[in-house]
Design a protein around this ligand. Structure first.
Ligand code: ZN
Length: 367
């Protein structure tokens, strides 16, 4: 409501706040008025006046007058430095994606709104929903409730919640999408390829579930990996293993059918992103040492990056990214070739069952 209202409404707001103290003034999406003033002639005068008024009001605050100002933004880096300077806002509270414990607690909060089976294991669900935001977790509980209703039950079960993770993360099950027999075979090998490469590398997360039931998101198959704990630090070896796992799907197709399909496009995208980050941002290339070749512009919104090096270096980066992915791709091919019997056995099993659990997978692998 600040936009278009000008400085007078800011003055009015703070006048009211002082009258009603103790109270809290909450400004959502503060970047709408708090963006950096660019000093251009004929810039957005209206907005600048509003911002100036806000700054004046904040300066006029005595510490104990009972008015607390809270503001939220998704783009902290776009705010005018005058707003973020010490003395304006006393504290900054970055709201990151929740960790395992956080996810568990968030799920519990949302689950209060539905009737739950007594034995629901929130920790397990939180583990499976690695990387989910608070809104996605709320959505998972909501989807689980809808799932229960569709089956005429009044109580939400563990299975409802697990199914809804996939709904939220991978899109609704496409019950009537029909894969040809050949496609089903290819997808089975592709997914087992990922899982087998992951399982055979020591530090990879164990596989939770593998399915070849198509999703509306467009994914034909899906291998759900579970991180054993939370980790913020990943070693070079773990990153390389992750790239190898991503190439495992295509590697299996090559090994078995001697051809490639379009099914690996998302894997390729992810592997490239990881490899590029290792070289340009994590200092994991001998040649570039600890020099940043790329800077992240906005770590809160998608993290788009921009290169900060010469064209010649860019070409060298491209070459090293290819080399890195290639090496891991070859490793994945080797792992699968060494375990060809298990690959066939597991792919056949998945082809028959369409969805198998991590336990089933490990049982066959270790038998
Ligand atoms: Zn894949």
């Amino acid at each position: 409501m600040f936009v278009g209202m000008g400085a007078s409404k800011v003055r009015d707001l703070f006048k009211q706040a002082k009258e009603k103290a103790p109270c809290i003034v909450f400004i959502d999406e503060i970047d709408a008025i708090g963006q950096k003033r660019d000093g251009r002639v004929g810039g957005n005068d209206e907005r600048e006046q509003t911002l100036n008024q806000l700054l004046t009001e904040m300066d006029g605050f005595e510490t104990n007058n009972g008015v607390i100002i809270l503001a939220a933004t998704n783009r902290p880096e776009s705010l005018d430095p005058a707003l973020t300077r010490p003395g304006r806002f006393d504290r900054r509270v970055p709201v990151e994606l929740p960790d395992l414990k956080g996810r568990e607690e968030i799920l519990k909060v949302h689950a209060k709104k539905v009737k739950l089976e007594g034995s629901v294991d929130f920790n397990r669900i939180a583990r499976m929903a690695s990387g989910a935001s608070g809104a996605e977790l709320a959505n998972i509980v909501n989807e689980a409730a809808l799932h229960a209703v569709r089956e005429n039950r009044s109580i939400v079960t563990q299975a409802d919640l697990e199914e809804s993770i996939e709904v939220v993360i991978a899109g609704y099950q496409k019950k009537n999408a029909i894969l040809t027999d050949e496609e089903k075979k290819v997808v089975s090998y592709h997914e087992i390829g990922h899982a087998l490469v992951a399982a055979k590398q020591t530090n990879s997360a164990p596989v939770q579930k593998i399915t070849i039931v198509p999703r509306t998101s467009g994914a034909l198959g899906y291998t759900m990996q579970v991180e054993e704990g939370n980790h913020y630090l990943m070693s070079q070896e773990e990153l390389e293993n992750k790239i190898a796992t991503l190439t495992g799907g295509r590697a299996a197709e090559e090994l078995v059918f001697n051809s490639a399909s379009t099914g690996a496009s998302n894997d390729i995208e992810q592997a490239t992103k990881l490899a590029r980050a290792m070289i340009t941002r994590y200092g994991m290339s001998k040649d570039f040492d600890m020099v940043a070749m790329e800077t992240v512009n906005n770590q809160y919104l998608g993290g788009d990056t921009s290169l900060s090096c010469s064209a010649q270096t860019q070409a060298e980066i491209d070459r090293q990214v290819v080399e890195l992915v290639k090496k891991q791709h070859e490793k994945a091919l080797q792992i699968l070739a060494d375990n060809r019997e298990k690959l066939d056995e597991l792919a056949e099993y998945l082809y028959d069952k369409e969805t198998i659990t991590g336990d089933e997978f490990m049982q066959i692998l270790n038998s």
